[in-house]
Design a protein around this ligand. Structure first.
Ligand code: MOS
Length: 695
């Protein structure tokens, strides 16, 4: 698509969140808060070991408690229509496949009663040997076949010869731990089954109402029209709410057992550590071979990851090495082992976040080996076209991000020697890393436009605002597409009663939904002209061919970090970070800035704080709460700044924008870890970089 929107007037403005006042005054209903009459409350019973069978459930004590309405067990639960996706096969058999799996559930008049009764349900088990530890030589490692997805392995040129020929060779293994998504709002579903109407309604905390509807309808053998999913406001997801999970099925199952009464189910923070996905640990070997000038001849990136026996999810961490740098000889591979662990899933920039940590840490090691400035090394390896497809870039601005970012951060003039700068007891260092994220676009979203009696345009699409600013950005996009002011648009989202829309995932939401809105607005104008009659309407879907296939469409950026490491205690502080990005047109500078800041905080967190410890004895996460799973607080975040290059990429979307949700976390951990190395001379290759590792 090359047709441009006429000079945008709403896009580009730092409009404050339209629903912001409602949110901070408590008037914006989140899933659990929807006011429904006579609700019941669900509390689940989770398995207490990683593999085996439930041999018996004694619910008599629980059932005897006043206020208990039902106890669901594998013995009495509804048989589901479709359990091909085994994550959804809730209470369908006596098999236990991971620690924390649903083995029963209590529904009661109050949450307290439900919880107390859940504690009274006695479950007997037969335990089997389990396997929950990923190793680089795990005997179950296999190559995932991703149907329709990107190839698991790629190879170009003569890799082995090139490795032998390289004048400088960096060959290291980097590892990242299990990490858990921790959005502020836990995963919550309120389910209501109306027996006579044959209608199931879910008020769900999700990144995609239509996605959840499709899954839940299939699982229960219902028509799509029988299921409605509502999510006007969502308190974050980071990928973990990108699809339905087992709790949606359990809540709906309970509601169907107790027709006419809404069943409320909010996972506890601890339960979120077993049931809503997580980032697999990765073990990544990166080999970079370069000539005397630091030009890469060969790049090999091999990643080992885990998945669950229940359902396969490949993280694909080596993908970034297919497009980041020029190297004629190149290989990427992914291997996985299926363990007795919960289902892993999306966590902000799945693949790119761990992958770019490894690649960008290795690039730093190569810069040091070649005696080159790390910014210069990256500039020298800039590919003219996409190394993977040979296609020209739509808008590759990595070098500008690196150079302008370096200027703005005050990168130049540093002494490259590690451990050279000391201020009192603190060692000071700086680090850099590239960022990149592919432009993902989900076809098939539909929008409708209707001119109302009040002279405003109602724009409807079943999209979701997960806290990122979609309400506001989509309103701005609609205003420009219709040639009116933002006030002239009344946006409706967050409900499957509205037209089909793709998930808020893969940084694709604004691109995909915005394109549908622009398409519908153009259809509206074509049909009704500039002076429509009240009630005039149009509906259109985003075309399949929105993205120009002849181009490699990616976003880029550069992260700079300064760290201080205490020479006696190993305490690591990050006083300064700067991120410079190129994402095409910025639809709303205020919300986009927040996305970058949030991504960078999460990347810094990945570098220094986040690590889920899976206890090999029982297979559970030993630190599954906010007391022990560390995420940064205000005191951990220093002077954090972001900026971006002005741009417009009409090969990506008709708005000229690309996605912004994930690139902020990509490469960030490497910039911090590289800075720690510069400060101390200690190269930590297993995240997080904690004090014990730098001393
Ligand atoms: Mo993002 S991890 O695709 O929500």
């Amino acid at each position: 698509m090359t047709e441009t929107t006429s000079q945008p007037r709403a896009m580009g403005r730092p409009l404050a969140r339209l629903e912001g006042a409602d949110k901070v005054t408590g008037r914006a209903p989140y899933a659990y808060e929807h006011a429904l009459e006579d609700p019941l409350y669900l509390h689940p019973v989770l398995s207490t070991f990683a593999r085996g069978r439930v041999t018996g459930v004694d619910a008599s004590e629980a059932e005897a408690l006043e206020g208990v309405r039902a106890v669901l067990t594998p013995g009495n639960a509804e048989r589901l229509a479709d359990t091909e996706d085994r994550e959804f096969a809730v209470l369908q058999s006596d098999e236990v496949a991971f620690h924390g799996q649903f083995v029963a559930a209590v529904v009661a008049d109050t949450p307290e009663t439900a919880r107390q009764a859940a504690g009274l349900v006695r479950v007997d088990y037969e335990r089997s040997q389990h396997d929950v530890v990923l190793t680089v030589d795990h005997e179950g490692l296999y190559r995932p076949e991703s149907e329709g997805g990107p190839a698991s392995d790629t190879e170009q040129g003569e890799v082995e010869e090139a490795l032998e020929r390289a004048e400088f060779l960096v060959d290291h293994t980097y590892s990242t731990p299990t990490e858990h998504n921790n959005p502020m709002e836990p995963h919550t579903t309120v389910a209501l089954w109306e027996e006579e109407a044959g209608r199931l309604t879910l008020y769900d905390s999700t990144q995609g109402v239509h996605v959840v509807r499709a899954s839940v309808a299939a699982v229960f053998g219902l028509e799509l029209e029988q299921v409605r999913v509502v999510a006007p406001h969502v308190g974050g997801g980071f990928g973990s709410k990108g699809e339905a999970h087992a709790h949606d099925v359990l809540a709906a199952m309970a509601a169907r057992a107790l027709p006419g009464r809404p069943v409320k189910f909010a996972l506890t923070r601890q339960q979120m550590f077993c049931l809503v996905g997580y980032r697999t640990p990765t073990i990544q070997r990166v080999r970079l071979g370069a000539d005397r000038e630091g030009r890469l001849g060969v790049l090999v990136h091999d990643s080992v990851e885990q998945t669950s026996t229940v359902k396969e999810f490949p993280e694909q961490s080596a993908m970034c090495s297919r497009w980041m740098y020029a190297a004629p000889h190149r290989r990427t591979t992914h291997r996985m082992a299926a363990l007795d662990v919960p289902v892993n899933f999306w966590m902000r920039a799945p693949g790119e976040a761990p992958g770019m940590y490894a690649l960008e840490a290795a690039m730093d090691e190569l810069a040091q080996a070649c005696g080159l400035d790390p910014v210069e090394l990256r500039v020298r390896n800039e590919p003219e076209t996409d190394p993977q497809s040979g296609n020209p870039w739509s808008d590759r601005q990595l070098v500008r991000c690196l150079r302008e970012g370096a200027e703005r951060f005050g990168w130049y003039g540093r002494d490259p020697a590690p451990g050279a700068r000391r201020e009192g007891d603190w060692l000071v260092g700086t680090g850099v890393a590239s960022a990149s994220y592919p432009h993902l676009f989900n076809p098939g979203s539909v929008a409708h436009v209707r001119y109302g009696d009040d002279g405003r345009y109602e724009v409807g699409i079943g999209a979701v605002d997960i806290g990122t600013g979609s309400w506001t950005a989509l309103t701005q996009i609609a205003a420009d597409a219709l040639g009116c002011s933002a006030d002239g648009v009344r946006l409706r989202i967050g409900d499957t009663a509205l037209p089909e829309a793709s998930v808020a995932g893969g940084s694709s939401g604004t691109s995909s939904w915005g394109t549908a809105i622009v398409t519908a607005a153009r259809a509206f104008r074509a049909e009704h002209g500039d002076s429509p009659a009240p009630g005039a309407s149009a509906r259109a879907s985003a075309a399949q061919d929105t993205v120009d296939e002849g181009y490699a469409v990616y976003s880029f950026g550069a992260h700079f970090a300064e760290v201080r490491v205490h020479s006696y205690t190993g305490e690591i502080r990050v006083p300064r970070m700067f991120g410079m990005f190129s994402v095409g047109r910025v639809v709303n500078p205020r919300t986009v800035r927040s996305q970058f800041l949030g991504g960078m905080v999460m990347g810094m967190s990945m570098a220094l704080h986040e690590e889920s410890f899976r206890d090999p004895r029982y297979g559970h996460i030993a630190n599954g709460d906010f007391a022990e799973y560390h995420v940064p607080t205000n005191a951990d975040v220093g002077d954090l700044r972001v900026d971006w290059l002005e741009g417009e990429d009409l090969r990506a979307t008709p708005m000229g924008s690309r996605g912004v949700g994930e690139i902020g976390i990509v490469g960030t951990a490497a910039a911090v870890a590289n800075a720690v190395h510069h400060a101390t001379g200690v190269r930590v290759r297993d995240l997080p970089v904690t004090p014990d590792k730098v001393l």
